[in-house]
Design a protein around this ligand. Structure first.
Ligand code: AR6
Length: 171
């Protein structure tokens, strides 16, 4: 099982083997984490995303799946793009949010990444309540068999940090 660490900060500044991007199915960029990664990582990332759209993922990357590209100019080797579910009050999409974490770790294992930084997937534009997202993210990482040594959750503000810290402390 990977060791879980928490930091408050910006995911684009993490010196890790892989950073996870909270992308959308188009893989062609957006706001939030996705916008920051493409802005700081430079055009090489988008080029590889376009190539993925022209080959394996002609119809886009499905929600809950993950795929890797270069990290361009980021201080990481790879970006692992995953698509979180949009939160829904009427439908339980927790399995898809768990799947993002499992699939990102599976791709990290394929790459041989031993340190991986995750943002709080789906808790921004996709409106997932923070405490519930923290529970799903931490439980899933704890339950996933992986060779990744460190999973670093990178939380952008106090509220997100507190939600993850509370969950890590939970028995
Ligand atoms: N570093 C770490 N965390 C960040 C950063 C950053 N640089 N910027 C924002 N956050 P979001 P989602 C936090 O919206 O909800 C995009 O348009 C943010 O405060 O990035 O999965 C994509 O293209 C929040 O807690 O991702 C998709 O269309 C968390 O990261 C859509 O948004 C996730 O917020 C995906 O939405």
């Amino acid at each position: 099982m990977a060791r879980i660490t928490l930091v408050r900060g910006d995911i684009t500044e993490q010196s890790v083997d892989a950073v996870v991007n909270a992308a959308n199915s188009s893989l062609l960029g957006g706001g939030g984490v996705d916008g920051a990664i493409h802005r700081k990582g430079g055009p090489e990332i988008l080029e590889e995303c376009r190539a993925l759209r022209a080959s394996r993922y002609g119809r886009g990357l499905p929600t809950g799946r993950a795929v890797a590209t270069t990290a361009g100019r980021l201080p990481a080797r790879w970006v692992i793009h995953t698509v979180g579910p949009v939160h829904s009050a009427g439908e339980d999409r927790s399995d898809l949010l768990a799947s993002c974490h499992r699939e990102a770790l599976r791709v990290a294992d394929e790459l041989g990444a031993s340190t991986v930084a995750f943002p709080a997937i789906s808790t921004g534009v996709y409106r997932w309540p923070l405490r519930d997202a923290a529970r799903i993210a931490v439980e899933t990482v704890q339950a996933t068999d992986t060779a990744v040594e460190e999973v670093r959750f990178v939380l952008f503000d106090d509220a997100a940090y507190a939600a993850f810290a509370e969950r890590i402390a939970a028995p």
